[in-house]
Write a protein that binds this ligand. Structure first.
Ligand code: TYD
Length: 140
């Protein structure tokens, strides 16, 4: 099941009394090459982001600042993750419906993605997603 591929990865953390540093190297700390980086910020309290799945895209989500929740759904089960450390990353496999909520004030959600922005890769309707997820499963 796709949900079991999604997990929190503990990133390297160089601690220093002058401040901490975390780094990410493609194909080492995350299992793909990074083609795009984007970030969500100034998210109003109580707001939900996401609400879609990707057919092929892999992503890696980091709470660069603050905290928020990420809810994953592979069409069969749901799982909630709480990101609240800058050295945690959450790997998102393809075909995962995701929602992000519970953003703390001033939080920054940094996302590394395996490909350029492509609206054709999005599945924005939940019922369509569920049908596709169940259809994929039958192939195996
Ligand atoms: P979307 O992925 O739906 O946002 P979220 O999942 O955070 O709620 O993207 C919101 C809008 O921004 C949508 O119109 C597409 C656009 N967008 C880009 O143009 N490039 C990008 O890299 C991303 C992620 C979104």
């Amino acid at each position: 099941m796709n949900l079991s591929k999604c997990k929190i990865i503990n990133l390297p953390k160089i601690t220093d009394r002058k401040g901490n540093l975390t780094f990410i190297e493609e194909n080492r700390h995350i299992p793909f090459e990074i083609k795009r980086v984007y970030y969500l910020y100034d998210v109003p309290g109580g707001e939900t982001r996401g609400g879609h799945a990707h057919k092929r895209l892999q992503q890696f989500i980091i709470a660069a600042s603050g905290s928020f929740d990420v809810i994953f759904d592979d069409g069969f089960e749901r799982k909630r993750f709480h990101l609240n450390r800058s050295y945690y990353g959450l790997y998102v496999a393809p075909m995962i419906w995701r929602e992000l909520n519970n953003f703390s004030s001033g939080s920054v959600c940094l996302v590394l993605a395996s490909d350029f922005y492509d609206e054709d890769d999005y599945i924005r309707d939940y019922e369509t997603f569920k049908k596709m997820a169940k259809g994929n499963e039958k192939k195996f």
